[in-house]
Design a protein around this ligand. Structure first.
Ligand code: C2E
Ligand code: MG
Ligand code: MG
Ligand code: MG
Length: 287
């Protein structure tokens, strides 16, 4: 299952090197057109429980299907949008599209929790919660915890009080939170204590290194311990091999996401992937 056809793998195209991106203004203009022409798409990467094999949800990851350059990774275009109103519009599109997809899957009998990456800047917008509430109203069948927002650890730090208040408001809408790339930012324990996020997401760099590097493993263990102490869920990202899966389970982390389980895939492939995964009885990543 880890093998995907090449279509889902994106190009190593550096937008900054491309003529139309030489100047930020031109890049933004092209991105605006891309949004109007619906050239963006969400791919979804499954999350599974390593203990019982159950598929627990999926993370939505944006791609740009560029007519000339093929499928482009978010790193090629998201930085350009940071701090620009177009970035907010795209962020809104991502949430809307994710909600639409959750319902489309419900129609197919597939109930998945979907997590969406939200930039600090997007999350800190005055009207973010109100807008989210509006969008959720249009999708009344989506249940509590079915939409999760992934926020970088560094992001909400600047104004912790405001951020945690906003998170509580979102929670009342049934929206859950994960702290993404946990361990790479300024994780103070006070920070964690004050942020009402249900889930900690162990950064893939620690997961990747933990089999050969005692300190990386200590960090993974530490995060798992913190999650337990603070009664949060914990999920590992970047799980590429069976050994990683076995070790995580031994350390007490049951939830995992990574290429060893599945690469991000177009929404249309998810139902058959879930069916095949469940029929296979697998619970561990394959090398
Ligand atoms: P992230 O949220 O930490 O997502 C994980 C990234 O690691 C994804 O890259 C995913 O494809 C990749 N990945 C998953 N499993 C493995 C693995 O086993 N090995 C390795 N080497 N990589 C793995 P992607 O899709 O290129 O996204 C990169 C980052 O871009 C994301 O990191 C997230 O911060 C950001 N991003 C993606 N989509 C969105 C979006 O819709 N909105 C915002 N604001 N940010 C997004
Ligand atoms: Mg993420
Ligand atoms: Mg991450
Ligand atoms: Mg990341």
């Amino acid at each position: 299952e880890a093998k995907q056809n090449g279509r889902n793998r994106y190009q190593l195209f550096d937008a900054a090197q491309d003529a139309e991106f030489k100047h930020r203004g031109e890049g933004l203009q092209r991105l605006q057109v891309a949004l109007e022409r619906s050239e963006f798409e969400l791919h979804f990467q499954p999350k599974v429980n390593l203990r019982n094999g159950r598929v627990t949800g999926a993370e939505a990851l944006i791609r740009w299907r560029h007519p000339q350059h093929g499928l482009l990774a978010p790193a090629t275009f998201l930085p350009l949008l940071e701090g620009h109103v177009l970035g907010l519009r795209l962020g809104e599109w991502v949430i809307g599209e994710a909600l639409h997809q959750i319902e489309a899957w419900l129609d197919q009998g597939l109930r998945l929790a979907v997590s969406v990456n939200v930039s600090a800047w997007q999350f800190q917008q005055q009207d973010f919660v109100a807008q989210l509430a509006q969008m959720l109203l249009r999708h009344p069948r989506i249940g509590t915890g079915q939409l999760e927002l992934e926020i970088l650890e560094t992001s909400s730090l600047e104004n912790l009080q405001v951020a945690s208040q906003m998170m509580r408001e979102c929670r009342q809408l049934g929206v859950h939170f994960a702290i993404d790339d946990f361990g790479t930012g300024y994780s103070s324990l006070t920070y964690l204590k004050n942020l009402p996020a249900e889930t900690l997401k162990i950064d893939q760099s620690f997961v990747r290194d933990m089999l050969n590097d005692h300190e990386a493993q200590a960090i993974v263990q530490g995060i798992i311990g913190l999650a337990a102490a603070f009664k949060r869920q914990v999920i590992a990202e970047g799980v590429e091999t069976q050994n990683h899966g076995e070790r995580l389970l031994a350390l007490g982390c049951e939830l995992a996401q990574g290429y060893g389980i599945a690469r991000p895939m177009p929404a249309e492939q998810m139902l058959s992937w879930v069916q095949a995964w469940e029929a296979s009885g697998r619970r561990m990543p394959a090398d």
